[in-house]
Design a protein around this ligand. Structure first.
Ligand code: ZN
Ligand code: CO
Length: 330
């Protein structure tokens, strides 16, 4: 499982540029599914057929936050806009890489007050001497991602893009282990979540499932002087009640709790005060879909060093598998 998480997190794939990560995931998923396709938004959709049960959608987004080149100045410094929720104080001093392998570091203009640190003050230095040299390596509209290798800390692991590639890994593992699901399980590795839940919206419409379950990371309240939140690393699979985009289907949510209790799977309830998930895009499809969400607790979300606990990851796999094998009557 750690190898799988390393492989998917280290793949390149800011929103709208998911080709590389999609191919990495496709290779992992292909042996375990009956059909696989890519839609117009770039979502990877895999179907594992059941025995005439329900249509179940498992969704995790494969895109990651990143930066997009807006302008290259005469000295060859690359100015950029954000792709998703990039925080200036986190971005400063980081390395980034482009799909063609170009590396850069994020520097800042002179700041009289640290409060002036805004994305507009930052630039990417790709080591070019002037605009001409820079333009040979990157173009306006190219996107880049944080560069950080995966690190194994033992029970816990750190990588860029855990949001939401660790959730992609959970779904891949469920597909691998799932043998006797009565249901048609559609796994959606969604594009463009970080810019507004776009991929999942189209995918859910195309599939129109009977039940939708999204998987993503959620923040924790267990670091020094953190904003209070009940979710903690190592506390188990987080069953979402609410985030800023969704209130999950109460019947499905209670059913998840029931299954977790029956199977002895460690879980915790999640109320996320800021941040949305694909869950809402699925829920609001057509006339409405019963939708829930299983979150993997994660520290330092939207930084290049996002940390998860392997026991939580395993709990999420077990809960998802148990749900797929259950009647899903709620
Ligand atoms: Zn996410
Ligand atoms: Co995110």
């Amino acid at each position: 499982m750690k190898d799988l998480i390393k492989k998917v997190t280290e793949a390149f794939g800011p929103s709208g540029a998911e080709d590389s990560v999609r191919e990495v995931i496709r290779k992992e998923v292909e042996p375990y599914v009956d059909e696989i396709s890519v839609d117009a938004l770039g979502n990877l959709i895999a179907l594992k057929k059941g025995k005439g049960g329900k249509k179940v959608l498992l969704d995790a987004h494969m895109d990651e936050i990143g930066l997009m080149v807006t302008h290259i100045d005469d000295k060859g410094f690359v100015r950029f806009g954000n792709i998703g929720g990039v925080v200036p104080i986190v971005a400063l001093g980081q390395r980034v890489y482009f799909e063609n392998g170009t590396m850069g570091v994020i520097g800042s203009e002179r700041l009289d007050d640290p409060k002036d640190l805004k994305l507009e003050k930052l630039f990417i230095d790709i080591g070019a001497k002037n605009k001409e040299e820079a333009a040979k390596k990157v173009n306006v509209g190219d996107s880049c991602a944080f560069f950080q290798p995966f690190a194994d800390l033992g029970d816990r692991v750190v990588a860029k893009a855990m949001d939401a590639r660790v959730a992609c890994a959970v779904i891949i593992e469920v597909l691998r282990r799932l043998e006797n699901s009565p249901h048609d399980v559609y796994a959606v590795f969604a594009a463009q979540e970080e810019v507004g839940l776009r991929g999942a919206r189209a995918a859910a419409y195309g599939i129109t499932p009977d039940v939708g379950i999204a998987f993503d990371v959620t923040r924790t309240g267990d670091t020094p002087k953190a904003r209070p939140m009940e979710v903690s690393l190592g506390g188990g699979a987080a069953i979402k009640v609410k985030d800023s985009s969704v209130i999950t289907h109460p019947g499905l949510r209670n059913y998840m709790v029931k299954i977790a209790k029956e199977k002895g799977i460690k879980y915790q309830m999640e109320v996320l005060e800021a941040g949305g998930t694909d869950t809402s895009a699925i829920q609001l499809t057509k006339a409405g879909i019963p939708a829930g969400c299983i979150s993997i607790p994660c520290r330092y979300i939207h930084s290049p060093c996002e940390m998860v606990d392997m026991e939580d990851v395993e709990a999420c796999v077990l809960l998802a598998k148990a749900l797929c094998e259950s009647p899903l009557e709620f």
